[in-house]
Design a protein around this ligand. Structure first.
Ligand SMILES: CC(C)(COP(=O)(O)OP(=O)(O)OC[C@H]1O[C@@H](n2cnc3c(N)ncnc32)[C@H](O)[C@@H]1OP(=O)(O)O)[C@@H](O)C(=O)NCCC(=O)NCCS
Length: 312
């Protein structure tokens, strides 16, 4: 390591420098300092999640950073096996191929518990910038593969044009005839949501929906039968400036009744009313559903990378 290089934990006061690094390096993305701050410093879901950002400095100047997250799930019987993530990372172009990223990753590795089974790249539940690596970031792809990460899956982001509002009236009248109510989530829906996610979709989506529910007005629309939630669609829980949709889901027994498209339309109408010209549908999923009901098309492809860690 060069004598003048240090690696330390980043603090929120580093945001302007980290934003300069990220904005210059991440040429396929558009984002504000506030969005980067949400990814790096909002740190939702503690204590289950441990969030850290490391910054490399040369001669006192930040030249690179890397985020890492460790999650040790809290289970009924105690703590589950930890999983780690490598989040956003970038190195100043003038300082590349000198091992800066490799040393940042090695520093991150020191924070992973000895029994960590797996480390994944970028797809951090509830606070992700992208759900994998855009392979156009070719140097990052080379770096990850050199460091032992393996590509294991692809996923896509879709984009939907919000030219006109969707008319939900006829569909809602039809559903009302079947005893199904479509409405925006209310403040008192927390217990209904807890019950729904305990039976369907699990804790990660419960958390993402909590973020959407906390918006004002709630970025969350529900379908209910006999006062029980049977489907939901959310938006704006994170990455709000991108017109961010999701997640959405219908309980298995309620599928095939057209609930999903009505809830999708409500969310897209909200995004349009908030001034967005397009909606981002991330980490999809059923492409043909979004294409059929909202004309969405594939905007980006991501490669998911992970590394399996040998037990200590
Ligand atoms: C990816 C990135 C962080 C690598 O930073 P870096 O400090 O140059 O990486 P290192 O010097 O530690 O490289 C470690 C190894 O990765 C591989 N690697 C890194 N950059 C490479 C490149 N341009 N071409 C081929 N291999 C590369 C090499 O094997 C390298 O080891 P070597 O130099 O001994 O051969 C940097 O290129 C970057 O900031 N890219 C843009 C940001 C980005 O794409 N981020 C990912 C999305 S969050």
């Amino acid at each position: 390591m060069a004598e003048s290089e240090t690696i330390r934990t980043a603090v929120p006061a580093d945001l302007p420098a980290l934003y300069d690094l990220a904005r210059t390096a991440l040429v396929h993305d558009t984002f504000s300092p506030a969005l980067l701050s949400e990814k790096l410093f909002a740190a939702p879901r503690t204590p289950e999640f441990d969030w850290r950002n490391f910054v490399a400095e040369r001669d006192g100047r930040p030249v690179g950073f890397l985020q890492t997250v460790v999650r040790r799930p809290v289970l009924a019987g105690g703590l589950g096996a930890p999983k780690a993530w490598v989040g956003l990372f970038a190195v100043d172009a003038a300082h590349r191929r000198r091992g800066v990223a490799r040393r940042l990753l090695a520093r991150a590795e020191q924070t992973w518990p000895a029994d960590t089974a797996e480390v994944e790249v970028l797809a951090i539940p509830g606070n992700y910038f992208t759900p994998g690596l855009d392979p156009r970031y070719t140097t990052a792809l080379c770096f990850l593969e050199r460091c032992g990460f393996e590509r294991f899956r692809d996923c896509v982001n879709l984009v939907g044009e919000l030219e006109r509002p969707f008319d939900t009236a006829a569909e809602e009248a039809r559903l009302a005839g079947d005893g199904i109510v479509i409405r925006r989530a209310r403040d008192d829906d927390g217990p209904r949501l807890d019950a729904f996610f305990a039976a369907n979709f699990g804790a990660d989506w419960r958390f993402e929906v909590h973020l959407a529910h906390a918006q004002s007005p709630p970025g969350l629309h529900l379908a209910l039968r006999q006062d029980r939630i049977i489907a939901f669609a959310a938006h704006s829980g994170q990455n709000r400036e991108w017109g961010f949709f999701g997640p959405m889901g219908t309980a298995p027994e309620a599928r095939g009744h057209g609930l999903g498209r009505v809830l999708l339309w409500h969310c897209l109408n909200d995004l349009r009313a908030a001034g967005h010209r397009t909606a981002l549908i991330p980490w999809v999923g059923p492409i043909s559903f979004y294409h059929a009901w909202a004309g969405c098309r594939v905007a980006r492809v991501f490669w998911r990378y992970r590394r399996t860690l040998a037990p200590a």
